[in-house]
Design a protein around this ligand. Structure first.
Ligand code: PSU
Ligand code: MN
Length: 312
């Protein structure tokens, strides 16, 4: 282990023993959700993992140090820090000098999870290609990170604010497999359907474990993206979303929001424009992803029946 990466003893032991561990990101509670809901969600996610028999590994940067397996005190410190940074992979080494707290994005979290030997990671929605990327070049670093960090990534699709079509094309270019979980449609984050289809569908945690194992056996470097739609009764009323995303992007232009601020700004705009309903959907889909990730981590740790791998 490098001297620049702290791994909690609980996570280190679980990884060493081959017990199930689920990585959780921190940008979702430092930048993605408003207070006080952010802390509740972060703590609830850990409880869901524990009650499913796995060890949670919330990942973030604590006073400059990339840390895998944050303590409750560290989660609270990051959640309440008014100056908390948002760290992608390229910000990780900067911490060595600035000593600041940071939430880690999916890109940085997948990198650190893999470095610590963790194979399953749950989040809400993936970063991807932004509207207008053909001139702004604004694509999330999540894309490239998922091409080279071999984790199972459970999400509810790319964030609704993105150019989903372009994002799916980029995953194809980067040879990152995308499967629907219990669905043939690519989910639309707050809603069950994005309007795009997935080419492959899996219906059980053991099947996810089987594909994961085949990826590793083939020496493929990328993540496995498991797209798990928000539960039907908790999705955002699709009609509420109508026009909101266009207005959110117009506000980005008008207020000249740039770089790392764009995604948190859009999510917050939508939350206000939907009277908080998008936040409820976001929390619901995250819970459901954490639950599925816990089952998948259990299936991977248990080993996959050979018959399943042979049949694939
Ligand atoms: N999903 C959520 N809420 C979030 C994010 C994802 O439900 O806040 C965060 C993730 O950390 C993701 C980041 O990696 O947004 C993407 O930001 P950007 O587009 O700047 O790469
Ligand atoms: Mn960006």
């Amino acid at each position: 282990m490098t001297p620049f990466l702290d791994v909690s003893p609980e996570v280190r032991d679980a990884v060493h023993d081959g017990r199930p561990v689920v990585a959780l990101e921190s940008t979702i509670f430092t930048h993605g959700l408003p207070r006080p809901r952010n802390v509740e969600v972060a703590e609830e996610a850990e409880q869901i993992v524990r009650s499913g028999g796995a060890v949670p590994a919330t990942i973030g940067v604590v006073r400059g140090r990339p840390t895998v397996g944050l303590t409750t005190e560290q989660i609270l410190a990051l959640s309440h820090d008014d100056d908390v940074l948002k760290a992608g992979i390229r910000e990780l080494p900067i911490g060595a000098v600035n000593g600041r707290n940071a939430g880690t994005t999916i890109a940085a979290t997948s990198q650190l999870a893999h470095a610590a030997g963790i194979t399953v990671f749950a989040t809400g929605g993936l970063g991807g290609v932004h509207h207008g990327a053909e001139t702004s070049f604004d694509e999330s670093a999540d894309l490239v990170a998922l091409a080279r960090n071999p984790v199972v990534m459970i999400s509810s699709g790319a964030k609704a604010v993105l150019n989903v079509h372009a994002t799916l094309e980029r995953f194809e270019t980067l040879s990152v497999p995308v499967v629907g979980y219990g669905t043939d449609s690519y989910p639309g984050f707050y809603v069950r359907e994005s309007g795009f289809r997935v080419a492959h569908r899996l219906d059980a945690p053991e099947e996810v474990a089987g594909v994961y194992r085949a990826q590793r056996a083939l020496g493929l470097p990328s993540a496995l993206l498991v797209a798990n739609p928000v539960p039907q009764e908790e999705q955002l009323d699709p009609s509420l979303l109508q026009g909101v995303i266009e207005r959110a992007w117009a506000a980005v232009d008008e207020e000249k929001v740039e770089g790392q601020q764009v995604t948190p700004f859009l999510l917050d705009f939508i939350r206000r424009a939907t009277g908080g309903a998008s936040l409820d959907a976001n929390v619901a889909l995250y819970r459901s992803n954490v639950r599925l990730a816990t089952e998948v981590a259990g299936a991977i740790a248990a080993g996959v029946p050979t018959s399943l791998v042979e049949a694939a």
